[in-house]
Design a protein around this ligand. Structure first.
Ligand code: ZN
Length: 435
């Protein structure tokens, strides 16, 4: 097929020849070949496919089968009770609720939930994604009837091991992504089980999941997937600088970069200190949720790490931030313009299902930084529409380097080895040995 009379984001008129879903030729004015389908874009803009650099696809699919209990839709304890009591159990017998925030009804525990629903297993996920709160019927199902609070912190793997795995509807998630123009995702859930990786592998091979998938973990022999930096979630309770430094050295020694998820400034300080000691490598990422003090920006530049950020939370959670965070700290929150100005490599992700899956909403938030009320949040951190688009134009392993329209070699199969990651990137950081 020939796409003619299109406009690249750089402004030039271009024609694009495609074959089997891949670009074969790009030129100013390509001639149609005999029998070739021609689509005249009449000056419409074409962009490279988008890549969401931080998403949790299995959780996105599961969220479609869950009840949402977060603000602003569910704003207080009465609304929470009403919504939970109206919910229907899923096929596995559980009521699964997501998006909870303490501003709705404080710190939930098993006893609170028992008072709402006593007989059906119920689990409620905090919107941070770090904790599930389970009622007593649910704790019995999980084989932990004596758990004192039902508050299970970072125990997704244990919950998955104790519940019936439900088929994940990758096809509908994939269709939604395609409708947004997303052609690739970075699956940011750490420590996926072999079964979970298998489900991605099967979905990609069968064509139910049409996006490229980079997984932030060690390659476990899944040929249809790509494996990238290994992700580690830093927690204040287990913040051991020596252990994290040793882990970085081990990862780099085996040829893989690291991705560190930092929720607090203390965690960010430790991540930076560990990278300074171990040395940073091409492909290392830091995912700060969401504060970066000004004095740490130079560290990020020096280390050459890529910051993967989620500016959509400015729009989605801005009202809460304005209530909860001291005004003096707001400029540190979900930085963007100041990072790019300083020379930090920055890429974007939606963090769906904790954020909205729509990357265009994320780009709008990066450009406008407006909360739902219309109030602005750290407006000096706004970036141009072009820069916001660039957050989603990077390749999976070079997320901060926007791609451009160019011909690609058509793979002989969806799992062609040519799609495997490569570390041959020019950069002052140390290069990693071949994995
Ligand atoms: Zn995430």
């Amino acid at each position: 097929m020939l796409i003619s009379n299109a406009r690249a984001i750089t402004g030039e008129t271009v024609s694009i020849r495609t074959e089997r879903d891949a670009i074969r030729e790009v030129g100013a004015c390509l001639e149609a070949q005999s029998g070739e389908d021609v689509v005249d874009l009449a000056g419409g803009t074409v962009i490279p496919g988008l890549h969401d650099h931080h998403v949790h696809l299995r959780a996105v699919a599961a969220a479609a089968d869950s009840v949402s209990v977060g603000p602003p839709a569910v704003a207080d304890a009465d609304a929470l009770r009403r919504v939970l009591r109206a919910a229907q159990p899923r096929q596995d017998g559980w009521i699964r609720a997501v998006g909870y925030h303490d501003s709705v009804a404080g710190d939930l525990d098993r006893h609170y939930l028992d008072d709402v629903i006593a007989t059906v297993p119920l689990r409620v996920q905090h919107r941070s994604g770090a904790m599930w709160i389970v009622n007593s019927a649910g704790l019995v199902e999980l084989g932990r009837p004596d758990h004192p609070t039902g508050r299970l912190f970072r125990e997704d793997a244990e919950i998955a091991a104790s519940t019936v795995p439900e088929p994940v509807d990758f096809a509908s998630v994939s269709a939604r992504l395609s409708a947004y123009g997303v052609v690739g995702v970075t699956e940011a859930t750490p420590d996926l089980t072999a079964t979970e990786l298998d489900s991605f592998e099967v979905a990609v091979r069968s064509g139910r999941l049409r996006q490229r998938v980079l997984v932030l973990s060690q390659d476990a022999g899944h040929g249809a997937l790509e494996f990238g930096p290994i992700k580690r979630i830093l927690d204040d309770d287990t913040l051991d600088l020596d252990a994290i430094t040793a882990w970085i050295r081990r990862c780099h020694g085996s040829g893989v970069a690291v991705a560190m998820h930092c929720v607090t400034v203390v965690q960010l300080v430790v991540a930076v200190a560990a990278l300074r000691t171990a040395g940073s490598a091409v492909g290392d990422r830091i995912e700060p949720f969401a504060m970066v003090p000004e004095e740490m920006i130079d560290d990020l530049v020096d280390l050459g790490v890529t910051v993967v950020t989620q500016p959509n939370f400015v729009a989605e959670r801005g009202e809460q931030y304005l209530q909860d965070i001291p005004a003096a700290d707001l400029p540190q929150l979900w930085r963007l313009a100041s990072l790019q100005r300083a020379g930090v490599a920055v890429a974007g992700g939606t963090d769906a299902p904790f954020g909205d899956l729509d990357p265009w909403a994320c780009m709008r938030a990066a450009r406008d930084r407006l909360c739902t009320s219309g109030a602005g949040l750290s407006l000096p951190e706004r970036v141009s529409a072009r820069a916001a688009l660039g957050l989603f134009l990077g390749e999976p392993l070079t997320p901060a380097r926007p791609g451009y329209l160019r011909p690609v070699r058509v793979p002989t199969s969806p799992c062609c080895p040519s799609r495997r990651p490569s570390f041959s990137v020019n950069c002052p950081q140390k290069r990693l040995p071949a994995p």
